[in-house]
Structures are given as C-alpha cells and as structure tokens.
Ligand binder design. Sequence first.
Ligand code: GLN
Length: 495
Amino acid sequence: MADELIERSGAQIAASVRSGSVSAVEVAAATLARVRAVDGLFGSYLTVLNETALARAAGVDERVRSGEQLPLAGVPIAVKDNMCLDGTRTTCGSKILEQWIAPYTATAVARMLAAGAVPIGKANCDEFAMGSSCENSALGVTRNPYDPTRVPGGSSGGSAAAVAAYEAAIGLGSDTGGSIREPGAFCNLIGFKPTYGRVSRYGLIAFASSLDQIGPLARSVEDAALAYDAMAGYDVMDATSIDRPVEATAGSLREDLRGLRIGIVKEFGTAALGDAMDAVYHDAYSDLERLGAELVEVSLPTAEYGVATYYLIAPAECSSNLARFDGVRYGLRVGGEDVRQMYDRTRAAGFGPEVKRRILIGTYALSSGYYDAYYLRAQKVRTLIAQDFQRAFEACDLIACPATSCPAFEFNAKNDPYSMYLMDYYTIPMALAGLPALSVPCGWMTPAGGSVPMPIGLQLSSPLFSERLLLGAAHAYEQATKHAQARKPPSRVNA
Ligand code: GLN
C-alpha cells in the first residue's frame, strides 16, 4: 500500500484524498518513510520536515472534511532550498545561509499550500542556483536516482531527484538559464519554466532577477499543469509579476497535435550530439509529425550567442543581489577588527568558488568603463535573441529542440567552468527571451562508459503567455510516446 501510494501521480493522490479513500496524513507518512529509506543514497533533501509535514497534512484532511475542493489535496512536494518557507531553514545550498530561518513564505509556495500541497522538505541545489549539476552545493551531494554515479542536473537537482525517487510527487524548482529543464531532462521528468513574470518571485532568493522564474518538476504533464495552475498569477509583492489573467491549463490538455506548426531550429542540428542522441531526437520529431503537427524549419541566428550573453547578464545581476549577504543582516557572520574586515571574512568564508567567480565577473562587467562594452552590449544581444524568437513564431506555433546536449554525466566530469556553462546551450536562449519552455522525456541512451540507460529530454517552447498551448502539446506527445514510463529508477526495485 505504502509503495503503491508514493508511486501515484499528484493528480491521483489529490483525487483519493478528496474522495476520502486515503488521508493526507497517510500520504505524508508513506512519503516520509520513503525519504528515510532512500535519501541517504540520493541526498535530495537538505531539510526534511517530518513533524511539520504530518501536521500540515492533518490540516489538509481537516479542510477536505469541511468541504474544501483542493486541487492538490495532500500532494507531497519538494521545495528547492532557495524558496522561503516560514520558520524553516532556507540555505540556498550555501554556507552563508546554512543556519538562516525564513521569516515568511514565498508566494509560489504559499499558493501550493493553499491548494492543499504538503511540503516534505527543502531540496538541495547548486549554491544560489548557480550550476548545472548540484555539485556546487556547499551542503550536500545529490545523486541521480537512475544512476547514483551520475549527477541529477542542476541547479534544481534536489527537487528533481526527490520526484524521480518518489520522495515527493511534485518538486518546485527555479530556472534562470535552464535549472528546471536540465534536471528535468536528466531525471526523466517534466521540467517546466513558465513565462517570465507568470509566477511570483516574492520569497525566491534572487540570483538574476530579470531571468529567475519558479516552475514545477513532475512525473507527468498533468501534474506540472496542476502545480502551474496553483502557482501562476499576479502578486502585488513582486513588481515584475505580470497582472494579466491566467488561463488554467490542467483541464485543457490536448491529445494530438493536429493543426500545429512545430519549428525545428536550423542552427540546433542534432548530428553533432552523436549517433545515439541524434537518433532519439530524430524519432521525437517524427513522432510530433505522426501526431498531426506540421514540421517547419525556423532560424534563430543569434541563439549561439546565448551562453556568452547570459554569462554577463546573470553574473552582473548576481553581483548586485548577493551584496546583501555581508554578515550584517542575514546568516553567517565572521567577526573582524572593523566592519570592512567583517564583510571580507564573512563573504570569503560564506561563499563557494563558483559564487565568488560570478560576483567577480559581474562586478567587473558593471564597473565604470566596462559597462558599455559588456553589460550594455549583452542587453542588446538579449534583445536580438528575443527578436529571433518573435520572427520564428510567425512561422510556427511551438519550437522543438534538444533540452541538453548529453544525458546526465558523472561527478567531476565537467571540471572547468566553461564546459559546465555549455550545459545550458539549448535552454538559455528561451530564458533570455522570457519564454515559457519545458523538457519532456523523449527517450533513453546508455552513455559511453555508463552501465544503465539514462533519460533524454525534448525541449518545447512557445510564445509568451502560451502555457496552455505548451503544456497541451507536451501532454499529447507524452501520452502518445510514454517514454517516461519505460523505466523506473533501478534503486526502486531494491529499496
Ligand atoms: N546553469 C546555469 C547557471 O549556472 C543556470 C542556472 C539556473 O537556471 N539557475 O547559471
């Protein structure tokens, strides 16, 4: 029973809790038991909420009994540890916030709770969401449930591993340049980044404010849609949140792709990714066609500058956002002779090497004399990239392309910063343009030197605010191909 419970989708759990056939407390208890059994191996969580999860679940049962119709009744969720949850340690995977207790709850998390979700724990992530493998977390190692010798992806790797390993039904992640979509692809999940501004950033500890966006990681499109419907919408507490009605998505997922034109990006040819990946994407594109879509070639000529552009804009914004961690108000303080020395010592001890690198790059790019040459120029290229997409969407409704250039890699495999930065080659352009985009499982391959097949993700993207179209198309593809269901994490068998 407990095993069967944790394998249910979020939608199934919510339906059973609403009907009274199972209680939210039973679901939370089964999920916590699962966490106790496997999290020593996977390391998805930095904090497990044991008692609070059970208490919140009891509250959900009470609300169900009083007749509330909760779309996420009793659904266990993993919350990336860069989102505030009142009274809970919120670390951003950093030593500087290792002991920091959030004094309020992020809007996106609060909306999930209002819809009946039960937070199981705070999930590991790359420090301040900077990274693509979770290896930059200063507080723990997270492993890929499909092969624990490999990374889960990043930066939302803990949320992804938790969902893949049945330690939660839905995970919340944040995506700045690919941090939901890449771990989604690596862990056989839907990883969905909504349009920039769709989900409030209030209570999401900022990395790069013009790019950060919260979204779900889930084992099905339906669950991703339910979480999106719960979280999306204007929030007066976030000046960049967009005041525009949200179309509910979960009730209107498509079963086919008839009448849709899907753009295949000329510059993103898959032959260079190797035979196995090339074959997977070739089949994925044919399946889109088989489901009724018309494939058209589109061009994104400036997308190749995405990585260079992003690695000026994101560090520039991070150098400014992270200035607040100085030992005065939040988290770690290392004392010194004077305030200047206290700042220096606190930041030297509190930040890891990648965060320091970004602060240095960003400060340089924003400094007088270099601002025009670097930051301003990067902003101009960002506009060109957004215009490329606008033009492409005149010829197509959605774009399909790889989510990543390889499946999950082994620990320490990308040991120079640049090769790690290139992991976001396919996901950064959509982030710079603010577009909604997701990764959906599209096949498997055994990497060279690997012993088990690893999942591969297809990325779909669509115009601003067209989440319903995007999730609908992903649903049609998912239901027709069922790649995600082809395998379970091997550890599932033994746990
Ligand atoms: N991997 C990218 C980076 O390191 C993206 C991170 C993210 O989306 N948060 O910045």
